[in-house]
Design a protein around this ligand. Structure first.
Ligand SMILES: *Cc1c(COP(=O)(O)O)cnc(C)c1O
Length: 398
């Protein structure tokens, strides 16, 4: 082994990162090792739903760490039983399997659908997914994703994921055959740039899948746990899916995700599914602290109100600078920039101490903590205003 030339060199270089090391977070703010403060509208990628290091999660983790870290997934533990019961009580699902990442939850959903197909649909295994979809980075979830950049990677892909177009029911119906077992989608395509499925499309999809005896699988890893103003996004459409996955916000910053299924769809047998850390008490204790806060109707109402405020502030700013529409729901919003200036804005905002995300060259995505304040929103908008004014002036001079 050679010594790494620079501390960064010891990590696999999997993405471009600024040469900043973050050392502390509190609420909507992060601090780097030089003491510079950042206003955070990325929040660990829509993960820290209660902001950075909220006291209730710190306390839950500390208390649980002193009590029991993990007894092994072959034994029951109290926090996972409590969290599963709470998720079942708050949703239309009957059973839960906890995982460590969203991709692993989706991988589990795909396995569950294939198991269902083996048991009930003559070995059907195809899951219809959508162009633009993002379901994770395991081989099967990359194959299920409809992300163009994934297409040439890691061939051969896992087969059985024909792609339909979002909000186009006929494109789904055309792909249904006797090998089809389910349809899987994000209610809002997050990584693709915040493109919502309409409530009507979700309802039509529920009807279509019922007619054909297919499973409806919702990937709510980004939209779940209050992000869109309901505890789960499917509630907006008034539908009940058969399978749902959660991740990101459910751990409030720690690695926790979940696969949920109705009694009819929950068909794993012993040996089909598992994992060393599944349902470990430490992560489930954090999940319980998150759910306690986010399931409060007053909290969800505040997400709706704050989301509407952010939306209107973004619209006003967009009008000032001649940009495009705001899309999304609750506190998962994107601004259409109409030009490929996303990366440049993100870099300038970083310098100014504001963390933003550009999921596509012509869009900014806002993933604030669900308890972000109006003052913090104003701070972010002011920063954007300054940057856009500067860029507008530069364009006029050029
Ligand atoms: C983030 C995300 C995933 C993947 O979750 P990981 O925890 O990164 O594996 C899957 N689906 C959606 C919709 C996501 O936003």
């Amino acid at each position: 082994m050679t010594n790494a030339a620079h501390p960064f060199d010891a990590l696999m270089d999997i993405t471009a990162r600024p040469s900043t090391v973050f050392v502390r977070g509190e609420g909507s703010f992060l601090w780097d090792e030089t003491g510079k403060r950042y206003l955070d509208f990325v929040q660990g990628w829509a993960v820290n739903c209660l902001g950075h290091s909220p006291p209730e999660i710190a306390e839950a983790l500390t208390a649980q760490a002193k009590l029991l870290l993990t007894p092994s997934p072959a034994f029951y533990n109290a926090p996972s039983l409590k969290l599963a019961k709470a998720l079942v009580d708050y949703s239309c699902f009957d059973q839960v399997f906890f995982t460590n990442s969203g991709a692993e939850a989706n991988e589990g959903a795909i396995k569950l659908a294939r198991k269902y197909g083996a048991l009930h649909r003559n070995g059907a295994y195809e899951v219809i997914t959508f162009e633009g979809a993002f379901h994770g980075r395991t081989l099967a979830t990359m194959s299920a994703s409809g992300k163009k950049a994934f297409e040439p990677l890691f061939e051969p892909k896992v087969s059985g994921f024909p792609k339909a177009q979002l909000n186009d029911l006929a494109s789904v119906a055309r792909l249904i055959n006797d090998k089809t077992v389910g349809v899987m989608l994000e209610p809002i395509q997050g990584e693709a740039g915040v493109w919502p499925a309409t409530d009507r499309f979700l309802r039509e999809l529920r009807t279509l899948t019922r007619e054909h005896g297919l499973l409806l699988i919702l990937d709510e890893i980004q939209t779940g746990i209050g992000r869109t103003g309901k505890l789960f996004h499917y509630e907006h459409a008034g539908i009940e899916p058969d399978i749902m996955t959660l991740g990101k916000g459910i751990g409030g910053g720690v690695p926790l995700a979940a696969l949920l299924a109705t009694a009819a769809a929950s068909c794993f047998e012993h040996g089909d599914q598992g994992g060393t850390f599944n349902g470990n008490p430490l992560m489930c204790a954090a999940g319980l602290a998150v759910l306690q806060r986010v399931s409060d109707p007053d909290f969800l109402k505040s997400v709706v109100d704050t989301g509407l405020y952010l939306e209107s502030e973004l619209q006003r700013m967009s009008a000032r600078h001649g940009l495009g529409d705001v899309r999304g729901r609750g506190l998962l919003l994107a601004l259409d920039l109409k030009h490929p200036i996303g990366a440049s804005i993100v870099a300038q905002a970083f310098e100014e101490g504001v963390l933003l995300n550009s999921p596509q060259p012509d869009a900014l995505r806002f993933m604030a903590a669900l308890n972000v304040t109006r003052e913090e929103i104003v701070g972010m908008i002011d920063c954007l205003d300054t940057i856009l004014t500067k860029m507008g002036a530069a364009r006029r001079v050029a």
